[in-house]
Design a protein around this ligand. Structure first.
Ligand code: ADP
Length: 497
């Protein structure tokens, strides 16, 4: 099945896999850098304030808990903690008893200079706001000493305890101006962006090449397949999906090869086998036209030959098709439980008419119960029908035919025995090959013969993994048999047999 080579088309709107991958990588790098830029420059201030607020709140919570809970508070230890926390988190704490009896400042613990500009004024303002507020805590940001670029975060809470006096707890923390930092970050980010884009392009180039390589490999092989090379191997490694695709394409190539074989086989068979009967039909038609047209008896004789040859032609076409399909492996086989004896009986019933018509005696021996085998019932019937019809064809003068089932070692054996012309030893092997007929000089044969029946039967039996064979002696008769594993035996079932 040769086809023209598929031209590489330029498709509108579709870009190559590599181009897409490269573009995606670069886009990813650009977007990533854009997000970093926005976060680092645009939102840095807000982010910093939120972080500082969280830190101050956490410090306040810690101090508040340390003051209010232990029944016997060691004031020195408490002040030490206050100082530690203050220096660790850059927070200035101020505590004042609500009744004004004492004040504690982390400044006193960590030395002068820790009090921020305007800290004293701000703590007073916070305590005043706390007194007016109903919520028990206040928080605000104030400009440090009126300077616009630096500000101070002030938090204040009312801490009550069942063990000691209630206090106002105030924390003050400076918010460092971020302008210079943002400037440094921006210039650094410019360099990082250039490096990231360069690396993005580099990775995109190599990785897209790596990713696209197996796909391009498969594409090239698929083009070979399109040109009619069915032996092309789509095996590719690297990515599971590509491997799966390769396996699917291998299967497709196998199926295409089979279909191609079938086509070739069929053509060869048809041209070879149809010529003989067609020649006969043509010759006899000419005979009728030129010689026997007026003579009814001769004409009927010649017409009978034409009818028989037409039947033969029809049988032949059916057989050729069946065999070609079986050999090419395109025939779909079922695998169902088959009641093999019942199936055989229905086949045998078709031939029963010969008992009355031609004096044949067909005996049928079965195994008790129903015997199930796994397979394709229609095909198995074809396999059973072939030796029965052959035994009739080649029975010679003896008209006794025995069809029998027997059971041995978990298998069911089907056999058809006749006492007809038999087969010579040298022919026993070849009769299974197509178009092979045993030599039978002078022997009368009933019905048409194509030489394909046994080859079809053999193909079907092999697909069923059956054992099969023939026992025959020239002039004495033949026994064709096959055996299949029993799938299930149901002795209790109806006693038809
Ligand atoms: P066909 O019967 O159409 O020629 P088959 O493939 O069924 O084709 O059989 C192949 C050949 O095997 C037959 O032509 C015949 O020579 C031989 N053969 C088959 N069955 C018998 C039989 N029961 N007795 C004698 N010869 C047989």
């Amino acid at each position: 099945m040769k086809t023209d080579s598929a031209p590489e088309k330029k498709r509108k709107g579709s870009r190559s896999l590599r181009a897409r991958l490269t573009f995606s990588f670069i886009l990813f790098a650009v977007l990533l850098m854009a997000v970093i830029w926005i976060m680092q420059t645009g939102f840095l201030e807000q982010y910093y304030e939120i972080a500082m607020e969280k830190r101050a709140a956490a410090g306040m919570k810690l101090i508040g808990a340390a003051y209010s809970y232990p029944a016997d508070l060691d004031l020195d230890e408490f002040c030490d903690r206050l100082a530690d926390l203050s220096s660790e988190s850059d927070l200035y704490f101020y505590i004042e008893a609500v009744d004004g009896t004492f004040t504690i400042s982390s400044n006193e613990q960590i030395g002068a200079g820790r009090m921020f500009m305007g800290g004293g004024y701000l703590t007073r303002q916070a305590i005043q706001m706390l007194g007016e507020s109903q919520t028990g805590s206040v928080s605000f940001i104030a400009q440090a000493g009126g300077r616009e670029d630096s500000s101070i975060l002030v938090n204040a809470s009312l801490i009550t305890s069942e063990y000691r006096d209630s206090i106002y707890l105030v924390s003050v923390t400076p918010l460092t101006p971020l302008g210079p930092a943002v400037g440094i970050l921006s210039s650094q980010l410019k360099i990082i962006t250039v490096i990231a884009l360069f690396l993005g392009c580099l990775i995109a180039f190599f990785y897209s090449k790596r990713l696209a390589k197996p796909v391009i490999g498969l594409k090239n092989k698929a083009q070979e397949l399109a040109r009619g090379n069915y032996d092309v191997d789509f095996d590719s490694t690297g990515y599971a999906e590509i491997e799966d695709l390769g396996e699917t394409l291998n299967q497709t190539a196998r199926e295409l090869a089979k279909a191609d074989d079938l086509q070739k086989d069929l053509l060869a068979n048809i041209s070879h086998d149809l010529r003989t009967p067609l020649t006969m039909i043509k010759s006899y038609a000419e005979l009728i036209r030129d010689i026997s047209g007026e003579n009814k008896e001769r004409r009927d004789e010649h017409l009978q030959v034409i009818i028989e040859e037409t039947d033969r032609l029809s049988d032949l076409v059916g057989d050729i098709l069946a065999l070609s399909k079986l050999q090419a492996g395109t025939e779909v086989m079922e695998n169902q439980p088959v009641d093999i004896q019942k199936s055989a009986e229905s086949i045998l019933n078709v031939y029963r008419v010969l008992e009355e018509q031609d004096g044949f005696k067909l005996t049928f021996t079965t195994v008790p119960g129903r015997i199930w085998v796994m397979g394709d019932e229609r095909k198995l019937q074809q396999v059973m029908s072939n030796p029965i019809s052959n035994s009739i064809k080649y029975s010679g003068d003896s008209k006794d035919i025995e069809v029998a089932f027997s059971e041995e070692d978990g298998r069911i054996r089907f056999s058809v025995t006749d006492h007809g012309i038999g087969i010579a030893d040298e022919d026993k092997e070849v009769i299974w090959d197509r178009y092979q007929k045993a030599s039978r000089q002078g022997t009368r044969v009933r019905g048409t013969s194509t030489g394909l029946g046994l080859s079809i039967a053999r193909e079907i039996l092999q697909l069923h993994h059956a054992l099969y064979g023939v026992v025959s002696e020239l002039g004495k008769g033949s026994c064709f048999w096959f055996s299949l594993p029993i799938a299930e035996k149901d002795i209790e079932a109806d006693d038809n047999f």
